[in-house]
Design a protein around this ligand. Structure first.
Ligand SMILES: Nc1nc2c(c(=O)[nH]1)N[C@@H](CN(C=O)c1ccc(C(=O)N[C@@H](CCC(=O)O)C(=O)O)cc1)CN2
Length: 282
């Protein structure tokens, strides 16, 4: 099981958590913690096994709920083998989509894919083998944005999707939908944020003459490209690189950054910390 928590900092939190688990007949396999001294908030992730004769998962949930009330915790407790349900959204460029599906097929990403949704027709992602994954074409323009988002939200609810991944989905989600998906919608932005926000970061990077390009995976908020960052990476480039070279080199960075961010979220390694995140990496 995986326990992830945050709460106002005070002495005795780790002792209380480890005592609860020991007395419930559990063995801690991994524990990571962080104390944000700036805001006085404590963050922790614990992976543990229920040993022979241990209290049941439901009983442990009850004990954790009591602890959460005592320490004013934000807490999640989950069976590590349970797979989160994930919807993947894409527009014209399918390199991140194809990469996530490949990593899912080989068992690297422990998830159930609920649907693939695009605002463009299936032909645009013809190079990606969707197998029997359901595909939904939801075209959108300024006039139809609210109806399209209503259809999208209905599908998210109908499929009981826990996470929505914007795998180069190039439509800005409304404030309303962003709020409904708070903390469970991850976007891959094709720049090293906070640099070069918006729809064309590689052209901005080329224009500026930077020597590094990057990609950023972040949770989506109503403020475009401003959500809590989960993962970033960069690559060196030079004056010889054309915008097309940057797009080509950028694809590899986007793929690995998004895959890491999605895996961290699936494994409850990401805890929100205001406009930032705490990521207990492996
Ligand atoms: N509420 C949010 N929605 C989305 C975010 C976000 O941070 N918050 N990120 C984008 C992805 N993105 C950059 O990473 C991005 C996508 C699209 C645009 C944009 O200006 N789109 C135009 C239409 C472009 C087109 O049709 O090709 C628009 O929506 O008017 C900027 C940034 C995903 N959604």
């Amino acid at each position: 099981m995986i326990l992830a928590l945050s709460c106002p900092d005070r002495p005795g939190i780790v002792a209380a958590v480890s005592t609860l688990l020991a007395e419930a007949g559990c063995n801690i396999r991994d524990a990571q913690q962080f104390d944000d001294l700036e805001i006085g908030r404590f963050f922790m992730r614990v992976v543990f096994d229920r040993l022979e004769g241990a209290r049941s998962a439901a009983e442990i949930q009850g004990l954790v709920d009591e602890l959460a009330a005592r320490f004013k915790m934000t807490v999640s407790l989950r069976d590590a083998a349970a797979r989160k349900r994930v919807m993947l959204l894409v527009s014209k460029f399918d390199h991140c989509l194809a990469d996530l599906i490949y990593r899912w097929r080989i068992g690297e990403l422990p998830m159930e894919i609920t649907a693939i949704v695009s605002n463009h027709a299936r032909e645009h992602i013809a190079s990606t083998d969707l197998g029997d994954l359901p595909f939904h074409h939801m075209p959108v323009n300024r006039q139809t944005k609210m109806e399209q988002e209503a259809e999208l939200w209905h599908l998210i609810q109908e499929t009981q999707s826990d996470l929505v991944v914007l795998a180069r989905y190039m439509q800005v989600l409304s404030d309303g939908l962003s709020a409904k998906l708070s903390g469970r919608c991850i976007n891959i932005h094709h720049s090293f944020l906070p640099g070069f926000k918006g729809a064309k970061p590689y052209h901005q990077a080329h224009e500026r003459g930077v020597k590094l390009i990057g990609a950023t995976a972040h949770y989506v908020t109503s403020d475009l490209d401003e959500g809590p960052i989960i993962e970033q990476d960069v690559e060196r480039i030079s004056h010889r690189d054309t915008p097309d070279d940057l797009v080509r080199k950028g694809r590899d960075i986007e793929r690995r950054v998004l895959a890491r961010a999605v895996r961290y979220h699936l494994e409850d390694r990401v805890l929100l910390n205001g406009k930032k995140s705490v990521v207990f990496t492996d």
